[in-house]
Design a protein around this ligand. Sequence first.
Ligand code: C2E
Ligand code: CA
Ligand code: CA
Length: 567
Amino acid sequence: MTKSKQLRHRPLVLVVDDQEINRDTLGIILEDDYDILYAENGKEALSLVREHQDELSIVLLDLMMPVMNGFEVMEVMRSVEAFSRIPIIVLTADKSAELRALQMGAYDFITKPFDAHEVILARVKRITELVDGRQLISAAEHDRLSLLYTRSFFFEYAERLFRYNKDLQLDAIVLNIEQFHSINDLNGREFGDEVLRVLGDEIRAFLSETEGIGGRTEGDRFAIYCAAQPDYRALLDRFQKRLDGISDKVSIHLRMGVNPWQEGVAPAALFDRARAACSKVRGDFQNPLMIYDESMRQKEMLNQRLLNDLRPAVDKRQFIVYYQPKYNIQSQPPRLSSAEALIRWKHPELGMISPGEFIPLFEGNGLISVVDSYVWEEAAKQVARWRETYGFTLPVSVNLSRTDLFDPTLTERLKQLIENNHLDFRDIKLEVTESAYTDNARQMLELIRGLRQLGFEVEMDDFGSGYSSLNMLSSMPLDVLKMDMSFVRNIENSEMDYRLVKLILDIARYLNLCAVAEGVETEGQMKLLQSAGCDLVQGYYFSRPLPPEEFEKLIQKELNIERMDDK
Ligand code: C2E
Ligand code: CA
Ligand code: CA
């Protein structure tokens, strides 16, 4: 008997089923490629497993059997180290049993009545072919720390549960540990491992109480595909509590994103959104739970729609450029000095859409340069047109997005813009948001320096919302400092805010920069800025952003003042 082990050159399969007809059928399917052992119940099966533990390539296991059923067999095989490496395929007529079988570590299942013979053979082959690297698969199937499934196995099984169990309604949960890399760095890998182990432990405990499977899908990310839970906050608290017990010195914070079951949505998509929900609450220790809901879904659908509609909108010229004036408030009366071009989208079905809705969206995927070029083109043409009509050159500033600054053709494009419209470089000003400046210093600064050398005036937009230091500011290529709106908002009521604005204006003066305040809505704000020495003001107090036809009235008014001055 023991001799034959060495002689065996075909993989050995154990078929366990109480029905003779099933054993025979599987025998016929497998006999050309495998050596086969048969058992009629769990008890027989286990003794054969014990006897052939080193040579068994696979067990095909019926679940419902007299004497000892398949679940009990799996239970035992899982708990004995030497057996736990033998893969099991479950034979079942009961769809709902598959989930439990997978949870218990089955590799696959074959449904009864049996599928096409080739399908069964292929399934068995797929797994036995892996058996040579048996340790390898078992190591890769379960994560060694959490003992949950590894990424690809988790998603493979989730996919199957979804595909074969249409009646199961499983939610997707993603768990993440805040700042896990710092926890590792500060406390050592051992400690980090312990955290993962304990969390895995609690997740498995949870899964033993409910329907579902769990995996560690990335370093510090866990995924759970399980029956809907009544209270996700309570579930998160439960996991958090386990982690709190690890150490009283190190605080560990979990966050959770949930995407509830949706008819027909496959796990991959379900988990994508659970992950998105989870990353929304990154760093939010007060509210570490986010459930993907109807409003997020709506928002996502709207975003998708806007992304699809962008190109046709450009072709159909649905984008309209509005202009908002900037007034020089140091002259009496304040004089129209320039304007900012601000885009609007006149969508045929969704109506007027403000840039706040689509600019961040397009910035996120590089499409913003399409929009920006459109605006630059429009603005340049407009400046040329006004000059022609009124003999009056009103400089217009346009907004540059961070992504524009990465475009190697940017300088050339802007140069062309000026030349094609027979403008002067002074006629188009460039607004660059503060965060773009501080983002990636050197390269960006070189680029902006080059643009200034051509003759463009560059404004730092939203100044004070980012983190530039006074020190950095002095070496930045800049002409204009445009204070973030938030500084102006409360200057009438808060002495503190007013002093801050004065400080910014001092800095601008010290650095020889022109200072602009935006978001100025009241006369009071305007007066305070005037006496503090602010050069230019933009805001509803003077005018909202206007379409070109209406803006022309401001130009005409300005020309009248000029004429009066001349008298
Ligand atoms: P921003 O560059 O800071 O533009 C100023 C925003 O403040 C504009 O909003 C303007 O309408 C608004 N605003 C002006 N005066 C007041 C006021 O007195 N009170 C208040 N509460 N708000 C005022 P808008 O037009 O909705 O634009 C929002 C942002 O979208 C802009 O912020 C800018 O970052 C971006 N944006 C607009 N057009 C473009 C564009 O063509 N290209 C790029 N890349 N970004 C653009
Ligand atoms: Ca701006
Ligand atoms: Ca701004």
